[in-house]
Write a protein that binds this ligand. Sequence first.
Ligand code: ADP
Ligand code: ZN
Ligand code: ZN
Length: 727
Amino acid sequence: MTLSHRIVRIALPLPRPRLFDYLAGPEARPEVGHCVRLPFGPGEKTGVIVAIDPPDALPVEKLKPILELLAEIPPLPAQWLALTQFAARYYQHPLGEVISAALPPGIRRTVKLPRDDDPWLATTAEGRAALGEAKRITKALAAVEAVQAAGARRRSQLLTDLEGDASGAIREARNKGWLEVVARAGEREPIGALTLNEAQADAVSAVNAAAGTFKPFLLFGVTGSGKTEVYLHQIAHTLAAGKQALMLVPEIGLTPQLMERVASRFPGANLVSLHSGMADGARSLGFVQALKGEADIVLGTRLSVFVPLPRLGLIVIDEEHDASFKQQDSLRYSARDLAVWRAAYEKLPIVLGSATPSLETWLHAEARRYTRLDLPLPAVADKPPSLRRIDTRRVKLDHGLSPGLIEGIRVRIERGEQSLVFLNRRGYAPVIACPQCNWISACPHCSANMVFHAADRSLRCHHCGGEGRVPHICPGCGNQDLQAFGRGTQRLEERLREHFPEARIERVDRDAVRTPAQWEEVRGRIEAREIDVLVGTQMLAKGHDFPMLTLVGIVGADAGLYAADYRAPERLFQQLMQVAGRSGRGELPGEVLVQTEFPEHPLYESLARRDYPGFAKRELAERKLAGFPPYGFHAVLRAEAPELDTAVAFLQQTRHAAEALQSPVRLFDVVPMRLVRKARLERAQLVIECDTRPGLQAMLTELMPQLYALKSPKDLRWHIDVDPGEL
Ligand code: ADP
Ligand code: ZN
Ligand code: ZN
């Protein structure tokens, strides 16, 4: 072994709290941040060098050599490693697991892509004609549509625009003569920036003035108040300074319209979009372009917070309150919180936009840690729809619909306007039951009922995905008269069809609309006024102006008022504000009807006045009394096993270990989870609470190594969730 061999310490994408040492040959020239391929067990893996020649390495003779240093990928920058290391510490996860969340799964394959295989593509006349005549958007046509939207697009970028692996679709479109290779970016004119109103201009200059320093902003304004326009101006300023911009949007917010709006505003810029639905290769390509400094704007969902950007100048998070910014499995990180940390570390301004901020962000703004920038609705548009509460204790409901709501819909249909009925429960009915023997359609694998779906007469568990047929007779007593109790969107849709047989009624939920392309198609028909009544879940709540939509009916919202989870009212208010904002977006006045048994509930009072600050004030006062976030901090340990006792015993053991630490945290009792049985496993949890974040962190840092070292039963799985989305 010659001296010029280097020992490289590698973080591997593995759920283990350890790093691995290997040898790199003299020709490799390893640097911290380089990706390397190496032998591991019977196979090979790709990891990242986090240290070179660490003093505590094993003797050289015991180390295996790496297979290859991926020199085509520049080393991941120090800031990137710092971010992953922070996430590992804060979320109490092995660095390898963080790296595996942060690196695109197919990182190796990008290296193989030859440069000249990445031409600029533009649509041909045939392509545009095919698109215009198409009844159905095939994958190849979707590629044409995406190129058309951007004017011209690099093949690699197009791959990141489309769902799944689109290379076949692009090939098909080229073979059919719908797409052609052009010399460079198309001649397309940028869609001009709008002249900002005063509030927008103030918001833009406040953020521009903060360039190069850490400064968090809350951009507070309802949908339509011009937040996106503000982001675009801020991004323009960032690009003009030669910097990169990162914009995070909720999963459901990454729409083709938004991509088109950004792409057409910056036709010369290299825009990379990233989301988890993309094929591995495309994701890696975007990641490497960003790392090489070739991407100017990265627009993506939560995973984009980990994209390395050597010239990063601005971070924007749209709809910062959205639950999809929190990852719900393996590394349970909050992309919003990590983005704020990243902005602080890299000394950048960060803009969090929302009409209904998370209470965490709102409290920061109230305490002046974040600068609040208000965007009032422009005076012309400032006519929030009137909101009326229908007291369902005083009227007779027809399958959950009040006479007032039915009448409201009837009037809209007559006038050629559109209505939306919002019920956040999909399926036909939440349960099937036998009135004679009390048999119910319980899921055999979960402590939950199976939901009745009428279209295929199936019973489906929304927790484990289990499916079964609706029995013809009661499995308990043979009774032939099984009944569906309660209602979901399918039942509402059916009832509305009976009321309005002539009307064009469309249901929008995850069962009816499965892909962004399908939602696009429905959206087009709403705009073309081919739909009279929409029935659906929160899918309908987001974005989009439908000028003819003048009535929003809210059904079954009360469940969120007194739910067991303390965050339920916050989520309910956010959802209702959003869905209520769907009505009256055009010239016509809008109306919102809320069916409720609690018309005097303060949440509905605040909603009627569109008073988010009032709602937040009351809710924060309650959280403060209870010591809940953002006044207290939680981590929750969850364990699952075939037997509840196994899970509880493990958490009890953990609790004892935690008690021994003499820390200021409060340890809750180990309890079964609300949904105790899920997918045949019994689940329990231990909540750890502390008045301060550092207090909680210090305790976890002591406790977790003990936990990882603990020999837990084979059939038990556990995880830790810091800042959990719910308790
Ligand atoms: P938000 O992101 O808050 O929903 P947008 O930026 O999308 O708001 O703006 C809503 C609508 O108003 C868009 O159609 C946008 O083009 C338009 N708009 C925004 N700002 C201005 C402005 N300063 N002048 C004219 N129209 C504007
Ligand atoms: Zn029965
Ligand atoms: Zn189930």
